[in-house]
Design a protein around this ligand. Sequence first.
Ligand code: ZN
Length: 237
Amino acid sequence: MSDIHANLLALEAVLADTAPYDKVWCLGDLVGYGPDPNECIERVRGLPGACLAGNHDWAVLGKLDLRSFNREARIASAWTREELTQESHAYLGELPARAESDGFTIVHASPREPIWEYVLDTQVALANFDHFTTGVCLLGHSHIPLMFVLDGERRRCHIVLPEPSDRIEIDSRTMMVNPGSVGQPRDGDPRASYAILDTDADTWEVCRVEYPIEEVQGRMRGRKLPRRLIDRLASGY
Ligand code: ZN
């Protein structure tokens, strides 16, 4: 899963929907935008698996210039920074930007630029295939579930937009796979997005799950987070 963005109710819905699981890989952006940063960090740190740092995590740590964010993201980031406990702050500070686990490369954004680059088109994707050596790289950051597959000669790649519950084979080709966003989907479907990776069957599938969006919006209003961030959860954009 990726891009929880302090949306605890979406995170809980995903964990309930996907259980039982052996491991959870969290591909960064635990915080930023949403109303419950400490609670999300607490929940993720108790899960078996690995967690990476995203650009929003770095922003609240002061490791990234807030001027690169839009106005609403800046406001939410500043609020989050005030809100974080010392423990949460320390946890975010220890997260790596890139990892390899069980034969998979995992990053937040792209293998070439693990914190910041968006992989949304085949040109950017193609340039990134030279930056990991495992068969599959898992990434997040764009908040859109998708996959890029490298073609045989390594000169071209194509994009796949998976439908929920499509079981997609992970074969010997090189791939980059994005599970979409738990806490702030941007593909027009407001349901929380995550993916199940089945390493016995060698498949992955995107899953979508409903969560109480209005309740999260109420919490955001209570914390005086920007209106646009509140509204966009309902449209999934
Ligand atoms: Zn994000």
